[in-house]
Design a protein around this ligand. Structure first.
Ligand code: CA
Ligand code: CA
Length: 416
């Protein structure tokens, strides 16, 4: 068995940011996201894009990253919305968290069926919201010695699709349009299950696509692979008319690795890479080179997400965040009229490649190839209309200057 590390992006970054939060004196209660954070890139905050969204961290102006991607445009309860299932490949998630419990994909056959029975005959007994591929059981929440530890997957799930308008915590671009499928592919026991196993991942990929996931979110990366794993990704992310076709949202590490690692390193058409961006439109220092392709800038620093009890929320930075935010954004757009009817390849070609990659809104030039000319910044402005607009979309109008004002207001406040 060849083990491959899946932790290069997330864990080291998350640990170091915890120190920032603790040092800033932020109280360790769930109320803290509702108070202006000293590390917030929008302190003092600007008016939020959507005054009707009541989540306290959003009201407090602490979700700069949501307004930065025009997340408010993805929020509506129109009957025409078609939720997009986003599979979260990570260390599981606290699915009873107040931001996640109503946002989960549910296997209806198992929900209506009998306990202990594989009601939908998919080979997995009682797989309600995903599967634990580490312990081979339906419990996707951290268990045993993993409980109480930092849960990377909990944070990522919340950045994709935290529940909006529940009065607490955060919102996300995928709040109204994404449903979360939780796939536990790594554990927390050093040397036992904290390494990513290719055979385990092949099974998880097969599960995700067969059960209807259309976006696969990878806030992790690895540097060695197997022929079976390569074939699985080629089928999902490249082969025309594949029944397994899905968008793979992949992280590009910002820790200085010389290459991006898999799955970002695959040259496949349905791979969308998240380039970590600060609120001043700069590419995060040390971002690894990415192959030419669908590379979109998404927020990375000073991002609040869900955490295990008792804290409930925490502030993090890193390219893991960018990846989850981008996955939620794509789900929010794809679930919206008029895009909800599009196939995977229609959405990739028409929206991601055709509209989002062609945006006039770009990052500042990066310090090294291939970022010399910057990268397009991901946002939901394709959903803007005369009736619904967001600050970042108005900035793209020839006569608009709102975004320039935002830049002046927030320049230099990033905590990176
Ligand atoms: Ca089943
Ligand atoms: Ca919320």
């Amino acid at each position: 068995m060849t083990n491959i590390s899946a932790r290069g992006v997330g864990i080291r970054v998350l640990v170091c940011v915890c120190l920032v939060v603790c040092a800033s004196g932020a109280p360790a209660q769930s109320s803290f996201p509702c108070q202006s954070l000293t590390c917030s890139t929008l302190t003092p905050s600007l008016p939020v894009d959507d005054p009707n969204t009541n989540d306290c961290a959003y009201r407090a102006g602490n979700l700069w990253w949501v307004d930065y991607v025009a997340g408010s445009l993805t929020w509506s309860n129109t009957a025409a919305r078609k939720p997009v299932i986003v599979a979260v490949f990570d260390d599981g998630a606290y699915i009873d968290h107040e931001e996640l419990r109503n946002q989960l994909w549910t296997n209806e056959a198992e929900a209506r069926g009998k306990g202990g029975v594989d009601d939908d005959h998919n080979g997995y007994v009682d797989d309600l919201h995903g599967w634990n591929f580490v312990d081979d059981n339906p419990d996707v929440s951290p268990s045993g010695e993993c409980r109480g530890r930092m849960s990377h997957g909990t944070l990522m799930a919340s950045l994709i699709a935290a529940q909006r308008n529940n009065g607490v915590g955060i919102a996300a671009a995928g709040s109204d349009g994404a449903r979360l499928m939780i796939l536990k592919i790594v554990g927390c026991r050093p040397g036992i299950d904290d390494q990513l196993d290719p055979r385990r991942l092949v099974r998880a990929l097969d599960y995700a696509t067969k059960m209807g996931a259309r976006i696969l979110s990878f806030s992790n990366h690895w540097y060695t692979s197997s022929p079976e794993l390569d074939r699985a990704f080629e089928e999902i992310a490249d082969r025309p008319n594949s029944p397994s076709a899905a968008i793979v949202v992949a992280s590009v590490p910002n820790k200085g690795e010389p290459t991006a690692g898999y799955p970002a390193a695959y040259p496949y058409r349905r791979i969308v890479r998240a380039i970590p961006i600060g609120n001043d439109d700069t590419i995060s220092p040390g971002t690894s080179p990415a192959p030419i392709g669908l590379n979109l800038g998404a927020p990375s620093a000073c991002v609040i997400g869900a955490a295990p009890p008792p804290e409930g929320y925490r502030v993090e930075q890193g390219s893991s965040n960018s990846t989850a935010i981008l996955a939620g954004l794509l789900a929010g757009i794809w679930s919206s009229p008029p895009y909800a009817k599009l196939s995977v390849d229609e959405f990739v070609a028409g929206v991601v490649r055709g509209r989002m990659s062609g945006t006039p809104r770009r990052s500042k030039p990066g310090s090294r190839p291939p970022y010399d000319h910057g990268v397009p910044l991901a946002d939901a402005c394709v959903l803007a209309t005369n009736e619904r607009s967001a600050r970042v979309c108005r900035s793209q109008e020839p006569t608009g200057n709102s975004f320039n004002e935002l830049q002046r207001h927030t320049a230099g406040r990033d905590i990176r």
